[in-house]
Design a protein around this ligand. Structure first.
Ligand code: NAD
Length: 421
């Protein structure tokens, strides 16, 4: 077992990409470390009258290309290292899509399922009270992530407005529509991945009716299942944190989503869907064309990557494949569409929300979809072409693409040769 941290492993991508570009060493020095990470404890009153404190962080990794942008995660296993790594990925993701943002991220170490709704509201508001000087529409713009949602963003936005005495909806994205949220934000992550796969289908060797397995049946996974099934593909296996199911002839996606909405687990619906219960690891090795990890990081590792039978992996989750796992997938000829491209539809529609908030004029759903499609197809194609021309993986190509943009911005501030000259 290596002592490398999640961030060390993420930084391998930066070094790899740098080998392909002629960039100043200052650029690497700047991108190797987070610019600022703030840690605090949120002390809230519980419903039983006691007080409880929770560790919380906000990281602004790099703001060279614009205000930092990134979600807030509520999770019992959150660590500072995870927050900084996610913020690093956000820096590259925003550059991949050419959004005028840097990268950030936040988290609270909490199991939100153990809190009542009013405790959750107090915790969300406490987060904004603690970080009110760090966030801001031109400084650092949070959004939802794992176990946070539009309702929480609504509370946070309201708290920020109360603190500043102004109405600044652009301070946070992923808000409810009634508070300035954007149409199309709910399924944006999945839709971005779906547009990408559809646009590159011929190059990826995916037929019009390909089969799909989805790990993690939450926001990203459910919407992907719906979009893909509606386009004529067959979703044959899905999992959540409690188990997995498989039906070679295809699952009834709408029934599954209705069951999840009613609070059920996928494995509990197996018999009524005519599906077989399988183990979490078996889901990865199911005979499918496309495997979609949409749960958490580090799910496909050196221990199970060898069992993957899919032609293509679409990383809707952030960091689901470890570098060791990635190497094995590459050697097997599995094409991995990397997280910083595959799930960037979410931050792209968050950007649309921020733009609409600032201009005070709101687009209809058609316009949102058309704008998202244009960006995903443009950047996806550019990255595919880099992968072909440089004979590198799509992941390396995405990092090369993003690093080129980051380097341009950093070098424009003046780098070593400029000052030495
Ligand atoms: P979510 O909380 O809605 O869903 C996560 C799902 O994963 C749940 O169904 C959970 O049961 C399942 N899960 C957890 N552990 C699992 C395990 N070991 N095996 C199988 N399933 C497991 O979260 P989400 O918003 O869909 O996010 C999922 C991933 O996508 C995360 O990595 C997140 O960072 C990434 N992502 C989400 C968005 C977004 O807009 N929602 C944007 C970009 C990236």
């Amino acid at each position: 077992m290596s002592d490398d941290t999640l961030l060390d492993r993420a930084l391998i991508r930066l070094e790899e990409a740098a080998n392909h570009l002629k960039i100043d060493q200052d650029v690497i020095e700047k991108l190797k470390y987070p610019r600022e990470t703030t840690k605090t404890r949120l002390l809230i009153r519980m419903d039983d009258g006691s007080r409880k404190s929770f560790l919380a962080w906000r990281c602004r990794y790099d703001d060279t290309r614009g205000p930092t942008k990134g979600g807030i995660r509520f999770h019992p296993d959150s660590t500072v290292e995870e927050v900084e790594t996610l913020a690093f990925w956000m820096t590259f993701k925003c550059a991949v899509m050419n959004l005028p943002y840097g990268g950030g991220k936040g988290a609270v170490r909490v199991d939100p399922h153990q809190l009542s709704k009013s405790e959750l509201e107090r915790l969300s508001r406490a987060y904004v009270q603690a970080f009110a000087n760090i966030i801001g529409p031109d400084r650092d713009i949070p959004a939802p992530d794992v176990y946070t949602n539009a309702m929480i963003m609504g509370w946070m936005s309201d708290e920020y407005n109360q603190i500043t005495g102004e109405v600044s909806p652009a301070v946070i994205t992923g808000k409810p529509i009634a508070l300035g949220g954007s149409l199309g934000r709910n399924d944006a992550t999945a839709r971005g991945g779906f547009y990408l796969v559809r646009n590159l289908a011929a190059e990826l060797g995916l037929d019009k009716d390909h089969t799909v397995a989805i790990q993690g049946f939450g926001n990203a996974g459910q919407y992907y299942a719906r979009l893909s099934a509606a386009d004529g593909n067959s979703v044959v296996a899905v999992s959540d944190s409690a188990g997995a199911i498989y039906r070679p002839g295809g699952l009834d996606v709408e029934k599954l989503i209705a069951g999840k909405e009613a609070g059920r687990r996928v494995a509990d619906m197996a018999s009524e869907l005519g599906a077989k219960v399988i183990s979490a690891d078996e889901l990865l090795s199911v005979e499918v064309d496309l495997l979609v990890p949409a749960a958490l990081e580090d799910m496909i590792t050196k221990d199970n990557a060898g069992t993957v039978k899919a032609k293509v992996v679409l990383e809707l989750a952030n960091g689901p494949v470890t570098p060791d796992g990635d190497k094995i997938l590459n050697e097997k000829g599995v094409i991995v569409l990397p997280d910083i491209l595959a799930n960037a539809g979410g931050v792209t529609v968050s950007y649309f929300e921020w733009v609409q908030n600032r201009q005070g004029y709101y687009w209809d759903l058609e316009e949102i979809h058309a704008r998202l499609l244009k960006i995903v197809e443009r950047e996806g194609r550019a990255i595919w072409d880099i992968a072909q021309s440089r004979k590198v993986s799509v992941r390396s190509a995405a990092y090369i693409h993003a690093l080129g943009r980051l380097a341009n911005a950093i070098e424009a501030h003046g780098t070593q040769p400029f000052f030495a000259g």
